[in-house]
Design a protein around this ligand. Sequence first.
Ligand SMILES: *Cc1c(COP(=O)(O)O)cnc(C)c1O
Length: 416
Amino acid sequence: MDMVSGNDHLFMNPDEGGLAILGATPAFPSPVHVGQPNIGDREALLERIDAILDSRWLSNRGRQVLEFEQRMAQLVGTRHCIAMCNATVALEIVARAVDLSGEVIVPAMTFVATAHSLQWQGITPVFCDIDSLTHQIDVEQVESLITPHTTGILAVHLWGRPCNIDALARLAEKHHLKLIFDAAHALGCTYRGMPLGGFGNAEVFSFHATKIANAFEGGVVTTNDDALAEKIRLMQNFGFKGTDNVIHLGINGKMHEVSAAMGITSLDSLGLFMERNRANAAAYRDGLGDVPGLRMLEWDARERNNYHYVVLELDEDRAGIDRDTLLAVLQAENVLARRYFWPGCHRMEPYRSLPRYVGLNLPATEKVLSRVLVLPTGTATDGERIARICQIVRRAITQSERVRRQFASNEYNDLS
Ligand SMILES: *Cc1c(COP(=O)(O)O)cnc(C)c1O
């Protein structure tokens, strides 16, 4: 163990210095958030909004939505793209459109919307463990979870890294299952050089404010299946085909024009957002590369990546402090790092109280979720901020013993 203690002889270390949790002034005067929205060209957005108001066409596939859908389809290389009010409703509609029922296998390590989109409509999410190195769904376990009730797999490209698509596709084919991807994190990313968006029966992207590109709120379904696209279009607009002709059960999942205008504006700047994130990730790597007990999740240099999540894993035995203590240290400095997706869907309501999930044990998920911390990036973050954040992390670990004692003795141990 190369645990570093906070003994007095270490005060010569240049990384040593004041920490707010030990009484110093916070490093940042105002909160630094994870997922601060990226905002593209404001003038271009306002021009689009003016055009929307001038046209008095606010929703129902106006010019902005049509353009946004075209742009997205082009970007991910699919025949169809359907813009939605958000990704959660998009997942729900896709689940219905491909006739999911009974049981559907999902990772427990994801944003809870992935599971809720199934449970909301009476489909049972069957939680699967992950690979602790990549954080992606464990394909071998997926196969072991298949029962006669299983109708599909809803996999997630967690953190924008592609999950093991080829293996999942083989499984889905072998067992006649539908395969859907929650690509909420994965805009702009590739798998074996091909853009995410065209795999499985359909993929769903989120344009929520916290994602790399946003439409304030928004979601997108991409697919190469003509019949499925047609069905999804009906379902998202009350089943209307034409003006007075309802031919299907539907709901309202439409994206409105101002959202689409923001979506287009965001896509216009996607390259800039990705480049900033890439530079930020490199700055974090420079600042944290050799800190004992810290692992920064890698990106595959052979793929195109959006670098939107800076994911740390903290090994308490080697770092001398645990993840929650590091989180408290950062919060005291006004760095609002996040424990995504703690404690895991299976430990959230309604799942944790349902007999089916009581005692469900997902060792890799639980280990990773106890160690993960997500740090701020995006266009609201720059190299100077990152250097300061890295310095805080280094100080917390070089002074781990003092930090741990302080954490045990004061109000910072309540993170709720
Ligand atoms: C953000 C997110 C969603 C939900 O997206 P919304 O557009 O907010 O509904 C779904 N799945 C994952 C993995 C997400 O991160």
